[in-house]
Design a protein around this ligand. Sequence first.
Ligand SMILES: Cc1cc2nc3c(=O)[nH]c(=O)nc-3n(C[C@H](O)[C@H](O)[C@H](O)COP(=O)(O)O)c2cc1C
Length: 173
Amino acid sequence: MGDVRMATLAARSLSEQMAIGLRRLGKPVAVITCWDGERRWAKTATAVTELSLDPPALLICIDRQAGLYRPITGGANFCVNILHADQLAISEQCGGAARGEGRFREGRWDSAACGTPYLRGCEASFVCEYQTHMDHGNGAIIIGAVTEVQIGTGEVDPLIYVDGHYAHPATDF
Ligand SMILES: Cc1cc2nc3c(=O)[nH]c(=O)nc-3n(C[C@H](O)[C@H](O)[C@H](O)COP(=O)(O)O)c2cc1C
């Protein structure tokens, strides 16, 4: 990195520098959903990680201001839906362009036996039972035990978010 760019970066706060660095971390896009007994919630998120296969568990990181923070940390089951490249509009709606039920306007949504919404036609959906969470600063780590898995039937072609843009991996090495 050139001296000028380093100097510009150094003038930013550490959290801004971190956000700039993280733009280079390309990640698959997921939509996290839950049902709180009265209404459905959905939110676009890239902070999704496999935690363990034995037992099957995932973790998600969400902002504590997020609408679904309270229902999930209150014990609601949730679902991690990994988006296919043709589901960009769903990512945008669930990323803030729509509110409430409007976030379910795009795509084909179904419900697991527990009532948790899941997305048909996506790469994979993991229905999770809430286990525990840890608050940290403005965020929270939430751990879910995977209870049900749906796998897409088409080509593997996940929607990726990198450097502030959507992309999908077109070529293999
Ligand atoms: C590509 C993309 C990835 C995102 N990843 C996350 C994430 O990992 N965690 C998070 O809390 N918010 C993430 N967001 C932001 C939320 O989707 C957005 O703030 C939210 O939908 C706002 O609605 P809410 O107020 O109901 O939470 C992401 C947004 C986009 C577009």
